[in-house]
Write a protein that binds this ligand. Structure first.
Ligand SMILES: C[S@@+](CC[C@H](N)C(=O)[O-])C[C@H]1O[C@@H](n2cnc3c(N)ncnc32)[C@H](O)[C@@H]1O
Length: 243
């Protein structure tokens, strides 16, 4: 029937393709760190606002064994190492790992750096008192797959250990403008670096966190930050989980 063919075609036209995922894609991240620098925090030295706010819920940072997953250029790794923590930083970007190495040498701190990608089936062997997922697992573009990954990470916590996880919220003004249609308004692609992110609605973020373990602390951060030359209203959901 001509009518139904036309409908099928218009549906096909309307549905955007699933964006490529930068999860585990070291080359995409090399481009971000070496050339594009679209993400304001890519080269920042200080721990993030959300991490600093939730730090009191993270245990004794001076003594802990830390896995900094998707460490980037190492703003959390170097900070924690300077406090006395034993830090294992993992990231698939050669450029990020190189910058993290230079930073830790310049600051005289020790960070064990693994330039590799991890996923739910390939996690480091050890047990950790603190696992940091600061804007890393949000590059897994399906909520169920991201939760499976976080669930696997929870198995790497030592008794009393904590998982810190943070991602961008759906009300972030920058990512709202770049939402890809038809994925429940939860996937956005930054047009500057082409990196796609899974955004978290705040109610879903809380509900999902409770399926993973006990929520020790959580915070929705709203603040203004410069993205490129423009001021944006940022929204971040951060959670500290225990088993
Ligand atoms: C937005 S950056 C966050 C960097 C850092 N955690 C921070 O808060 O500044 C995301 C990082 O996750 C890393 N990443 C992406 N996929 C990964 C994977 N499968 N395993 C480990 N790290 C990954 C990227 O290379 C990138 O450095």
């Amino acid at each position: 029937m001509p009518g139904s063919t036309a409908n099928a075609h218009s549906l096909l036209r309307e549905r955007d393709p699933v964006p490529a995922s930068a999860w585990g894609d070291g080359v995409a991240w090399d481009r971000e760190y070496a050339d594009v620098c679209a993400i304001p925090s890519s080269h920042r030295l200080e721990p993030s606002r959300a991490f600093t706010r939730l730090a009191p819920a993270l245990g004794d940072l001076a003594k802990c064994r830390v896995l900094d997953l998707g460490a980037g250029t190492g703003r959390h790794s170097t900070y924690l190492s300077a406090l006395g923590a034993r830090v294992h930083a993992v990231d698939p970007s050669d450029v990020a790992c190189h910058l993290l190495r230079l930073r830790s040498e310049a600051q005289g701190v020790r960070v064990n750096i693994d330039c590799t990608a991890i996923d739910e089936h390939h996690l480091p062997d050890g047990k950790y008192d603190l696992i940091i997922d600061s804007y890393a697992s949000c590059h897994i573009l399906a909520t169920d797959a991201r939760l499976r990954f976080l669930d696997a990470l929870m198995t790497r916590l030592a008794p009393g250990g904590r998982l810190y996880t943070a991602g961008m919220g759906t009300r972030d003004s920058f990512y709202r403008r770049h939402i890809v249609p038809h994925y429940d308004e939860t996937i956005a692609v930054d047009p500057t670096n082409n990196i796609a992110k899974l955004l978290q609605p705040s109610d879903v973020s809380e509900r999902d966190s409770r399926t993973l373990g006990s929520v020790i602390s959580c915070w929705t951060a709203r603040f203004v930050d410069l993205v490129g030359a423009r001021e944006e209203q940022r929204e971040v959901h951060a959670t500290v989980l225990g088993r």
